[in-house]
Design a protein around this ligand. Structure first.
Ligand code: FES
Length: 147
């Protein structure tokens, strides 16, 4: 049995779009593909999280930005943003303890550096980090759709 597709139809065997698309050359396909990656994979936005005044020095706060759980922490007047979920078992870090630049997970004590997200016992294990900036009294977080 031979599976054949109509032009522009999803492959009957794989479910993926076929390489042939009406009016599209392979060069156009590659360009379109790159544009797709540029516009969707790396698109980032600075999104307002909370007012800067709501985050005190040496304090942490959990927020959701574009549906993602983010931990904000302020140390030395600088705001840092990392994932709020511990990679060990998924506990929320906002309930942990912040000592200088280290946040200790409330569940089993793993410690992470909020500056780079690194787990202190194994630097290969990291929390996702996000760039922050303060604008008009608000903390903005740079977050992509895919991070
Ligand atoms: S869930 Fe964070 S240390 Fe276990």
């Amino acid at each position: 049995m031979t599976l054949q597709n109509e032009p522009g139809e999803l492959s009957k065997s794989t479910g993926f779009a076929p390489y042939y698309w009406p009016g599209l050359t392979s060069a156009n396909f590659l360009n379109t593909s790159e544009n797709f990656i540029t516009s969707t994979m790396s698109k980032t936005d600075f999104v307002s999280a909370i007012k800067d005044a709501e985050l005190g020095e040496g304090k942490m706060r959990g927020v959701r930005v574009k549906g993602k759980p983010v931990l904000l922490a302020k140390v030395g007047g600088q705001v840092y943003a990392v994932s709020n979920l511990c990679p060990h078992a998924g506990c929320q870090l906002q309930s942990g303890i912040l000592t200088d630049y280290l946040v200790m997970c409330p569940c089993h004590g793993w410690k992470f550096d909020i500056r780079n997200g690194e787990y202190q016992e194994n630097h290969q294990t990291k929390l996702q980090t996000y760039k922050c900036q303060i604008e008009k009294g608000k903390i903005l977080i740079e977050i992509s759709k895919n991070k």
